[in-house]
Design a protein around this ligand. Structure first.
Ligand SMILES: NC(=O)c1ccc[n+]([C@@H]2O[C@H](COP(=O)([O-])OP(=O)(O)OC[C@H]3O[C@@H](n4cnc5c(N)ncnc54)[C@H](O)[C@@H]3O)[C@@H](O)[C@H]2O)c1
Length: 339
């Protein structure tokens, strides 16, 4: 298959693109490269990958000719980044992705997969499944809900649309993100021998390893269209719903150094738990990695200096820097806009 991956140089994208290539797919990676494209350096010379530096809001749609499937990962990828400039978040995360989906349909791309998030559920008492009401609390989550709603409606016999609501992702990637809970806790343990735990630690959150979420997207590509067309899937596993204090203790017991847990913040009761039965039942998806695997591999990569914690690994700080300091001179000149 020839697969377009938007945001393919990102934290999830750079892992997913490698896995697609390993499976023999051809990949077109469309990315604005806000974080650069070093994450793809090991595969850049592969004749089956084509890099396209462009923006989902205005790329030339002729790149969609002969593409079989699209995996739409590009977005401002967390809640705080989404609040830096809400109108740009709405333009990229909602309208930009709707544009990708509509153009895919127009150009005869057969399948489209939207990378959404379990944060569309907001914080709720019950265990939430795909039928539960959404409760988006931030610009990021609201844009995802809007994108899901309008894009699912494009599904028909010729155009298979699937929405993937991912749990919070963890694990090693060529483009690290330390603003994600497991990764950030492991970094804190490695650097300062402590883990900051948000009070009161009883909050539930769902998690999935970066290779497992990639595996789930690839499973959708290969599945019968009747099983996935117009469908929404929570991506993760019931076993990896965990309370924040338990997660901190799990990271502490996994790593080979003494670590102190330190509380911060005022008591935060915002909690949610997600039911992942549907993806297991319909796609046979089960994760191959555990939270301990994630903490361990990140710790080892930090120790061996394979990864470091530059500002680019903290999403909101990097976007702030792009907006306020660096000003992306070249992009301002060519497009009249920084983000
Ligand atoms: N990482 C998680 O825990 C998580 C959880 C749920 C959902 N998601 C979603 O999965 C997707 C991928 O997340 P990630 O963690 O890899 O994020 P990321 O920030 O590491 O990667 C996003 C990529 O998209 C690119 N991009 C951003 N705006 C663009 C635009 N306008 N045009 C073209 N490219 C653009 C960036 O340059 C970057 O390479 C995102 O949509 C995110 O919201 C991520």
């Amino acid at each position: 298959m020839k697969v377009l991956v938007t945001g393919g140089a990102g934290y999830i994208g750079s892992v997913m693109v490698s896995m697609l290539l390993e499976k023999g797919h051809k990949v077109k990676c469309l990315d604005r490269f806000f974080f650069g494209n070093e994450s793809l350096k090991d595969i850049i010379s592969d004749s089956n990958i084509e890099l396209i530096k462009d923006d989902v809001r205005w790329f030339d749609p002729s790149i969609l000719k002969n593409v079989d499937a699209a995996i739409d990962l590009a977005s401002l990828s967390n809640d705080p980044s989404g609040e830096l400039n809400p109108s740009k978040t709405y333009d990229i995360n909602y309208l930009g992705r709707l544009r990708v989906a509509k153009l895919c349909k127009e150009y005869g791309v057969k399948r489209y997969i939207l990378a959404s998030t379990c944060s569309v559920y907001g914080f709720q008492e019950n265990v939430l499944n795909e039928e539960s009401a959404t409760n988006p609390l931030t610009t990021y989550a609201k844009s995802n809900v809007l994108a899901e709603k309008d894009i699912v409606q494009l599904a028909d016999k010729q155009f298979t649309v699937t929405v993937m609501r991912q749990a919070t992702v963890y694990g090693l990637s060529p483009k690290m993100r330390f603003d994600l809970a497991v990764n950030g806790m492991t970094l804190g343990a490695y650097k300062n021998k402590n883990i900051h735990v948000m009070r009161d630690g009883t909050q539930w959150r769902p998690f999935v390893h970066v290779k497992d979420t990639s595996k789930a997207f690839i499973a959708v590509l290969g599945s019968q269209k009747e099983k996935v067309n117009g469908q929404v899937f929570n991506v993760g596993s019931n076993e990896q719903n965990i309370q924040i204090l338990s997660l901190a203790k799990l990271v502490e017991e996994t790593l080979p150094i003494p670590i102190k847990l330190e509380w911060y913040g005022s008591p935060d009761k915002r909690s949610y738990r997600v039911d992942f039965s549907k993806i297991k039942r319909v796609l046979g998806f089960t994760p191959s990695y555990t939270l301990k695997d994630g903490a361990r591999e990140i710790y080892e990569a930090l120790e061996s200096k394979k990864i470091t914690d530059s500002i680019k690994t903290r999403t909101v700080e990097w976007y702030k820097y792009l907006l306020e300091v660096h000003k992306l001179v070249q992009d301002v000149v060519t497009r009249g806009t920084v983000l």
